[in-house]
Design a protein around this ligand. Structure first.
Ligand code: ATP
Ligand code: MG
Length: 351
């Protein structure tokens, strides 16, 4: 047997033909394949589920083994499927735009960033209020379990109530329905959860919350593009993703990680928002603190829409701290108009 006969690529190619049980999407694009090792005639694989029944896991293992037998040179195989939970539970990887769309919710849009502190939550909050301002019905889901900032930025601290159907009723602030870990636990309570618990909670934020009829549900993802964010993108049935970047971050290529994350899970990219684009000093001088235009040029390079830019305005920061987003307090002013224009572009992408 030729020791180099099995290539990882051949294994990957054949895995791309294996569908997640019950779905039309393949396990590679779901991001379930965590490890592939080929050694001599032996292949070992690790598949990581984020939930899913033991039954689905067994079916998956059998399907993968059948597929692997087609790869030339494979004599032995070790397929490990991790992360299945008790039977009967819905599998968490929900293909976007395919089967398991959320009833009543028209579009689910994630807001992501390559790294923290670029103003992702600020953009999520103001875009949600801007879409509302344009007449849409909107929900905002904060998936940042460890650092939820949506309640503060939306000025909402009421706990969700429980409906007769035993579902969480999202509190409404500035006309937007909200759900966040920050609404469920006290601000200073430490969150020491592990990944699977978070996934379960996020699943419940979709399935056990009475969102009602929504034109848009915006999802504020935690900062970064690692495994945790990737799992979230699989857990929430997304219709599209928006990437927020600063000009500086864009020039450093961090945006690419965000693009790659959405591509991995087959979530269509709706475009890039450049935040903290520039600053207008009191004397009217325009100061490009982090450079300018990196978001637009990266979008052009990647052949994807540029949704717009948001300059640095003190009012934006103040609005966040006060819990009254600028789009709500001063909708006619320049800071609000920046977000409203982006919201229009975003809305029209679905028209
Ligand atoms: N365009 C802007 N003009 C002025 N201040 C801004 C702007 N965008 C964001 N900020 C401020 O920058 C700080 C960080 O913003 P924000 O919390 O939205 O970032 P984030 O990317 O969500 O951060 P994290 O990674 O912690 O989730 C906040 O104080 C916010 O008010
Ligand atoms: Mg944030």
């Amino acid at each position: 047997m030729d020791m180099s006969a099995i290539s990882q690529q051949a294994v990957l190619d054949v895995l791309k033909t294996v569908k997640y049980p019950g779905y039309s999407r393949d396990i590679v694009s779901f991001g379930l394949v965590k490890e592939i090792n080929a050694n001599g005639g032996a292949v070992s694989l690790v598949l990581q589920l984020t939930g899913g029944s033991a039954e689905a896991a067994a079916k998956l293992k059998a399907d993968v083994e059948t597929a692997l037998r087609q790869v030339k040179g494979v004599e032995q195989m070790f397929v490990e499927v991790r992360g299945a939970t008790a039977a009967g539970q819905a599998p968490s990887p929900i293909p976007s735009g395919q089967k398991a769309k959320v009833p009543g919710i028209n579009r689910v849009i994630a807001v992501a960033s390559g790294k923290g502190g670029v103003g992702k939550s600020t953009v999520s909050v103001n875009l949600a209020c801007a879409l509302k301002h344009l007449g849409a019905s909107v929900g905002l889901l904060d998936c940042d379990i460890y650092g939820p900032s949506i309640p503060l930025m939306m000025g909402m601290h009421d706990k969700p109530t429980i409906s007769e159907a035993e579902k969480l009723v999202p509190p409404v602030s500035h006309g937007v329905k909200l759900m966040s870990m920050g609404l469920l636990i006290d601000a200073d309570a430490p969150v020491i959860w592990r990944g699977p618990m978070i996934m379960k909670t996020i699943q419940q934020f979709i399935s056990d919350v009475e969102w009602g009829q929504l034109d848009f549900l915006l999802v504020d993802l935690p900062p970064g593009t690692g495994d945790a964010q990737l799992s979230l993108c699989q857990t929430v049935p997304l219709d599209g993703g928006v990437i927020v970047t600063t000009p500086q971050e864009a020039s450093l290529g961090v945006v690419r990680k965000g693009i790659a994350m959405f591509e991995k899970v087959n979530v269509p990219l709706l475009g890039i928002v450049e935040n903290m684009s520039y600053f207008i000093a009191p004397n009217g001088e325009r100061v490009e603190i982090f450079g300018h235009g990196g978001g637009r040029s990266e979008a052009e390079r990647r052949n994807m829409p540029f949704l717009g830019e948001v300059p640095i305005f003190v009012e934006i920061r103040k609005g966040g701290d006060l819990g009254i987003p600028v789009v709500v307090s001063d909708s006619q002013e320049a800071p609000a108009q920046a977000f409203i224009n982006i919201a229009k572009t975003l809305r029209d992408r679905f028209a």
